[in-house]
Design a protein around this ligand. Sequence first.
Ligand code: ADP
Ligand code: MG
Length: 586
Amino acid sequence: MTETAAAQATQEAASLELTDGFHLLIDALKLNDINTIYNVPGIPITDLGRYAQAQGMRVLSFRHEQHAGYAAAAAGFLTKKPGVCMTVSAPGFLNGLTALAHATTNCWPMILISGSSEREVVDLQRGDYEEMDQLAIARPHAKAAYRILHAKDIGLGVARAVRAALAGRPGGVYLDVPGALLGQVMDAVEGEKSLIKVVDPNPASVPGADAVARAVDVLSAARKPLIIIGKGAAYAQCDDKMRELVETLGFPYLPMSMAKGLLPDTHELCASAARSLVLKESDCVLLIGARLNWLLSHGEGRGWGEKGGKSFVQIDIEATEMDSNQPIAAPLIGDVESCATALLDAIGGNWKKPDESWTGAVRAKVVGNVEKMAPRLQNNNSPMDYHSALGVVKQAIADHPDTILVNEGANALDQARSIVDIHKPRKRLDVGTWGIMGIGMGSAVAAAVETGNQVLAVEGDSAFGFCGMEVETICRYKLPVCVVIMNNNGIYRGDNENWSGGEDPATTSFVPDSRYDMMMQAFGGVGAHVTNADELRQAIAEAFASRKPTLINAVIDPAAGKESGNIGNLNPQSVVAQARYPQAGK
Ligand code: ADP
Ligand code: MG
């Protein structure tokens, strides 16, 4: 074709009002209220990100797909809409897949859109650029996985992805987008007609009257009842209804870590500080959007009291969750809001709250334990221990309850979870069901972008290492994120030794006295190096006042941590190893 002929063809194409795969994909997402993409550019989706930005979407580019993915997963939890992550083919896709699996495991809605190489070449294994059968690899790690081959099917593909991510138990969805699809053109009017806006993507799921009556029977027979609230209830966004249910029943409750703040942790029915007592002594447990998985020791042993000594009532959207660990006497299958409403309607005005001998004993234990801990949260020693540093964080969150606390690490996680009260719903993001290290910076970006609120990320130095480069992303988008690194020079502790006596550091040690604060300074953010509680308090106050990207390197005693935090019991043990290494566990 001559140059003039080519120019003519382009002009004709424009005058025919054509659209293409790029624009149909963007239009389909926007039509379904998806306006943010967490992205890492590259072949074949570089221009897709540019065009999405040009079309008014917020496109945030990360340095590594895993963190873009964690951001999308956290966005799904916070907004009850699918968080979208976009990656390049094979390696980028695999990097994003960890986050997709994390979203699925946590029951959060997310869509991973990955560009892929040419089907004709990949399927004959001719060795294409970044060749991989991504759809097949994604399927076992996602709630659903789809591939779109034709521009006219983009509307359908996006609608399938949105509904699959949100309906019933939410989860991660993979959407495979071969590069060739993006360049396909079709008539713009036909293209627009092919798009689908998903109607009622979060349908209510109402429990049957017999199931509600059964649950009321079991709950009213309880003498020492307990509620366990999980992150499914936080996700459900029916905060007033949840509070009404808890207060009407009058049961003590334990919030799982990301359900903290659904009712304020300072609520008089909150039993967090009496966890051992209520797990052991309760005779009936109402689970609301919480699974009896490893995080609750499967509902037996480890502090749960005598086996068979409790009856369980469980509210969950997923029927197959019932009896997965303990027999459920009264399953209530439905969404949290519908189930809570049905329970409240069924008990009406005549509910007899549990006896004061139970609630009073729980309350007394809570008050006693809180008082016992208080002095440890107030010392100004240098270096700090976890309690003195987290005492400062606790007060900062109490003074600024809209702050979103992001939290990961071993000791940094376990201690902050029990020390730092959360006062409002969905203000705590952490490592979730898998206990992943490295969710911190992605979650912090999503929290800032989706809510506009100040974010405080309390990170173990090890956990931060999995995602530290994303401080550049935080600086680039000028996000109100303050990162506090609990720097004890290592994993679990910073004072371990190499048991061979050789020169290499111990497997769990890092460069001592690292200055993580300088990483933030390198990208134009604020860095602070603090060694006691007063300095930490001051640095957090400045970060909150300025809303500038800030990283505070908080020097923690290398001997302060515990092996594996509170889950050391999960480490395998062997009598042979114990005989060979008497130092183990010391
Ligand atoms: P946690 O770790 O906080 O205990 P889990 O992730 O184990 O919480 O459990 C969350 C549960 O909530 C899952 O079983 C999921 O099916 C359920 N869930 C999610 N969304 C809803 C909802 N809207 N209504 C009812 N249950 C829900
Ligand atoms: Mg550490």
